[in-house]
Structure formats: C-alpha cells, structure tokens
Design a protein around this ligand. Structure first.
Ligand SMILES: Cc1ncc(COP(=O)(O)O)c(C=O)c1O
Length: 389
C-alpha cells in the first residue's frame, strides 16, 4: 500500500484520512453537488476548486482513496469503464501507432479498437496473451501499447502481468491492464509492472449495481496531465459527485464482499464441475483452470464470476438462463445480487457469429456473477434449472 501505516481493509473505509471539513467533522465524505465554486478574485486560480468537471471534493476523495488502494501515483474517476478505455486510447495513441491486444477482451473494448481506433490510422494486432511469447513476437519495435485483461471477460483467462510488464519495458511500450474482474483487492497490476490499470467501478468496486463508473490508475505521475486533459476537457467524462459518493461507500465493504463472492463462487464452480449436463467450467480458483498456479501467484482472491458451457445447444442454454429464479437474467456483474447471462445473445451480441467463434464464445456459454446470497439457495436454483433443460 502507498499508505504503509494501514492495511487494505482499513484504507478502504478511510482510516487515517484527514476529515474534509474541520468544522463539521463529517465521518462520511459529504456529496458536494455544486457545479461551480465561488472565487475571491477574477482570473483562473492555480489552486482550489473552480468547476466540478475539473475538480470536485467528493471525487477527489474517491480518487485519493483508490490511489492508495492501487499503489498508484494518481487515479482518475470516470463516468464509465468505457470512458477509461477511451481516455487511455485517446491520450496515448495517434495515427501510425500500433496496439498489441489480447484476443480475449471485453466486447466494448474490442469494438472501440476495431470500429473507431482503426479509423484514426491505429493498427491493432490481436494475440493470445495468455502466453507472453506471443506478445513478445508481436511487439517488434513499433508497438506503443499492450492491452490485456486479467481475468478476461467472459472466459476468465489469465495473463502473466509481471512477464508482460518486463516485455513492455524492453520494447518501450505502455502496458495497460483492465482490472475490472479482479479489483485492487484481488490484484494490483501496477505492483506487478503495469504502467496503467483501468477498471469499471460499475462492477465489484461499487458492488451494488446502482452506479456506472470507472477508474484509471497510473504508476507514473508523468502520464497524469494528458489523462486529466483528455478525460475532463476533451471527453468531459469525469465521475459525477453523487456516483463518487456511491463508489466511496461501496469501497468500504469491498474486502468483505470479495471474500464472500469468492466463497460462494468456489462452491458454485465445484458444483458445476461435477454436473453431468455441464461440459466445461471456467473459474481461476479451480485447480483444473489452466492458469490456476498463476492465479495463486498474482491474485489474492479469485473473484465472483464463473462461466461454464452447458452440454447442449444455444436454445437449451437460453432456456436454462430463463429458468433460474435466484440468479436474475441481466447484463452486468459484480453486485451483491447474483446475475446470469447468455453471453452469445447478450454482452457478446455485438460480435458476429464468426467473431464469437474466434473469441471462443460458444452459444452454450453462460456467465454467472455469483452474489452474496446463500450457496444453499444458489446451488439448488442452478440444479433445478439444469434438470429442467
Ligand atoms: C472487463 C470490462 N472492462 C470494461 C467494461 C466497461 O465498463 P462500463 O460498462 O462501466 O463502461 C466492462 C463492462 O462489462 C468490462 O467487463
């Protein structure tokens, strides 16, 4: 931790932070909704608050706390996870630049690369980044950016962040890791050698399915100026004060929630792995996961997402997800409530069948976000729906 006086759990609830206002001694950070702030004199002051798009006390508090938890020089809170992806790309890439990207990526990121960046003359080379050798082969002298997720959405593949950090350094490229599924509680990419870490706070970090947001963590303060300019002045997409308050509140229980997510997901994954109607299960905490040893090395918690393939076709898989009661059919993850999706027709719907095949997303794939309900309710729900189809 940057603040080596306290543990992660203590920093998450704000231990040791100075109170924002000495006069009221607020225990909870107040929501500063003011869009603008009064000035003592005409002109643009070097310090203090001027306008909420440029700086806001509630958002500053969140960014500082996330920076401590991520061991980052600076964090920027953005209005969505996609706003963080766009900010990093618009800040670091220009015509003629090249990105080496993992071939297993969140659909929105892939869409941004394929349908937007390439229009600006940026070349994107996709490789299987689970093997660092593939990234080394693709890097060459010309790549500016290496972009990976770990674990990936939806296949829960892992990348060796330390090895990729060394490779990126050798080639003068910037390594960006999407840490949405792990959160800083489970994995701190900057400690492992990444230059930038992005995540969607919409998922586990906020954890209550009531706020859309994102955060960019940078290892080196030198990158901060450009990221701040693009996020606030070009895209105009920093996180709102109220969402900043919600994420600050969510962060306080992140360690406790992640422990419960992991406990429940482990039970669910073990149940599915033993079921005759299940063809394959993906969960980094399972010994059968191809990168379980890497997960044990670079993660402190295996998270709450489990994906699996039904031994059946697309119609049977859709029937299964519609049959569940405790798992709600909805397209997000990381909240306290368990959600299920049929990936091919939901979060990967923007991909063509051929692209889904290349991405390894079969029609029989189901993604579970295992919440905090009792496994004694979650597992019978899955068992009944599997029996039904
Ligand atoms: C890995 C990953 N990165 C980024 C995003 C985008 O986040 P948001 O929906 O908050 O824009 C998502 C959303 O599901 C995601 O799963």
């Amino acid at each position: 931790m940057t603040d080596d006086q306290y543990d992660f759990e203590s920093i998450a609830v704000g231990a040791g932070e100075e109170r924002p206002r000495a006069d009221t001694k607020d225990v909870v950070t107040p929501v500063h909704l003011s869009a603008t702030f009064g000035l003592d004199a005409a002109g643009y002051p070097e310090e203090g608050y001027t306008y909420t798009r440029h700086g806001n006390p509630t958002r500053d508090r969140l960014e500082d706390r996330l920076a401590d938890l991520s061991n980052a020089a600076r964090v920027f809170a953005a209005s969505s996870g996609m706003a963080t992806v766009s900010t990093v790309c618009l800040s670091l890439l220009g015509p003629g630049d090249r990105v080496v990207a993992a071939d297993s990526l969140f659909g929105g990121t892939k869409q941004l690369f394929d349908e937007f960046l390439t229009g600006f003359g940026v070349e994107v080379s996709y490789v299987d980044a689970t093997d660092p050798e593939n990234v080394a082969d693709a890097l060459g002298p010309s790549a500016e950016l290496v972009w990976v997720e770990s674990p990936t959405n939806p296949l829960l593949k892992l990348c060796d962040i330390e090895a990729l950090g060394e490779l990126s350094d050798e080639h003068g490229a910037t390594l960006v890791v999407d840490n949405t599924f792990a959160t800083p509680y489970a994995q701190r990419p900057l400690d492992l050698g990444a230059d930038v870490s992005v995540l969607s706070t919409t998922k586990f970090v906020n954890g209550h399915t009531d706020s859309v947001g994102g955060a960019i963590a940078v290892a080196d303060a030198d990158l901060s100026e450009q990221f701040g300019f693009v996020l606030r002045d070009v895209m105009g997409a920093p996180l709102s004060p109220f969402d900043s308050y919600l994420v600050l509140r969510g962060l306080k229980t992140l360690p406790a929630r992640m422990e419960s997510h992991q406990r429940n997901a482990t039970e669910v994954a073990a149940f599915l792995a033993d079921h005759e109607s299940v063809a394959a299960v993906n969960y980094p905490g399972l010994r059968s996961h191809p990168d379980h040893d890497l997960a044990a090395r670079q993660m402190d918690n295996y998270g709450g997402v489990v994906t699996f393939e039904i031994d059946g076709d697309g119609a049977e898989t859709r029937a299964f997800v519609e049959e569940l009661d405790v798992f709600e059919l909805a397209m997000s993850l990381g909240g306290v409530e368990s959600l299920v999706e049929h990936t091919a027709s939901m979060s990967a719907a923007s991909l063509s069948p051929a692209e889904r095949e290349t991405a390894g997303i079969p029609d029989s794939l189901v993604r579970l976000s295992v919440g905090l309900e009792s496994p004694d309710d979650l597992i019978p729900d899955l068992a009944a729906a599997l029996d039904e189809v």
